[in-house]
Design a protein around this ligand. Structure first.
Ligand code: GLY
Length: 341
């Protein structure tokens, strides 16, 4: 098992390994003796596979576990679900020393993390990430939140987890499409900051690859470095948004039918159209069966970017890659995006 430290104000570890889920209670307990009650949050695809294993391990360590299972999918990532979680926490008299455990992909980790961030002005959250995307990105770094109909992740808070568990064995149950979505974020890390990772990815990584622990751990290390330098997303962390400015618009305009990882793949390819790395990026996206084209028009894109939560004043900062492993940030007016397409 690999242990990666995220050295922020409330530092924590990310565990990456195999067979970790069945001992999740033990890993949580080893750093937390105060918690008595746990709200275990999961969704309808993940719960039938893994909820009982997680619950048994938590109860074995003496935790009193309450469950909250919501309908899987981005359409559930809203304030109504958060209200329901808060009411369960309050109704079961959770206190400041109790905790939320998220068991799922990015929707679950973002939403459970947000409920934890605002209940009693903040209780602990433990993230057990079950998708590749959540393991390499969503569960690490403390971004939590929900969508509004006006846009993705428009309501949220920075709330670092107390521990993140990435059990790569859980990735075996992902569909090829959901695994590929996570690979879009892995490819992002390679292009923005790690040429060696790019070389490694040229040999197709699959759910059964023996080096999956190394790949996930490398991405977590890269993310930890960025989050340590810029926890609150005012500078370096914005490089992690490579492909996301356009991706979020594509995702929302599709009514969330185009999943996040696919939208990010398209977003990276579109913003890189005039870059030297464009061909190499498209080749890699093809290798992982990821899309790299979208019929969105420049005007639709600009309209969508106008409501991006990362807009500051009238401007938006975009992440650009002109050389593999190096990312630059550029602050532009939304209309200037046309120049990149
Ligand atoms: N997902 C990008 C970030 O955590 O900053």
């Amino acid at each position: 098992m690999r242990r990666i430290k995220v050295k922020v104000r409330h530092g924590y570890e990310v565990l990456v390994g195999r067979g970790l889920l069945k001992d999740c209670g033990m890993y949580i307990k080893s750093g937390d003796t105060k918690t008595r009650k746990i709200l275990l949050v999961s969704e309808t695809n993940v719960a039938p596979l893994y909820k009982d294993i997680a619950k048994a391990s938590l109860e074995k360590e003496g935790y009193e576990v309450t469950e909250y299972i919501f309908e899987a999918g981005e359409q559930s990532k809203n304030l109504d679900q958060v209200t329901k979680m808060l009411e369960i926490l309050a109704g079961n008299a959770f206190t400041r020393t109790d905790a939320v455990v998220a068991l799922g992909g990015g929707v679950t980790t973002d939403m459970a993390g947000f409920a934890a961030s605002i209940f009693l002005r903040g209780i602990k959250v433990y993230q057990i990430a079950t998708t590749l995307l959540a393991q390499v990105d969503a569960s690490v770094g403390g971004k939590t939140g929900v969508d509004l109909k006006e846009g993705k992740n428009l309501v949220g808070a920075f709330h670092q987890p107390s521990l993140v568990i990435c059990d790569v064995d859980l990735l075996k149950s992902l569909t090829d499409e959901v695994f590929a979505e996570g690979m879009a974020e892995v490819i992002k890390y390679a292009f923005i900051s790690d040429e060696d990772l790019y070389e490694k990815l040229k040999t197709k990584v699959t759910k059964d690859s023996p080096d999956l622990i190394d790949i996930v751990a490398r991405c977590v290390e890269l993310k930890a470095y960025v989050v340590e330098k810029d926890e609150l997303d005012n500078g370096l962390r914005q490089t992690l948004n490579f492909g996301h400015t356009i991706g979020h618009v594509i995702e929302r305009n599709s009514g969330y039918k185009i999943p996040h990882g696919y939208a990010v793949a398209k977003g990276m390819a579109l913003i890189s159209k005039k870059s030297r790395i464009s061909k190499k990026l498209e080749e890699m996206l093809k290798l992982y069966d990821l899309p790299y084209e979208d019929p969105i028009t420049p005007d639709e894109l600009i309209a969508g970017i106008m409501s991006d939560k990362k807009k500051r004043g009238s401007k938006i900062t975009i992440a650009l890659v002109n050389e593999i492993g190096k990312c630059e940030l550029k602050t532009i007016e939304p209309t200037e995006i046309k120049g990149y397409l």
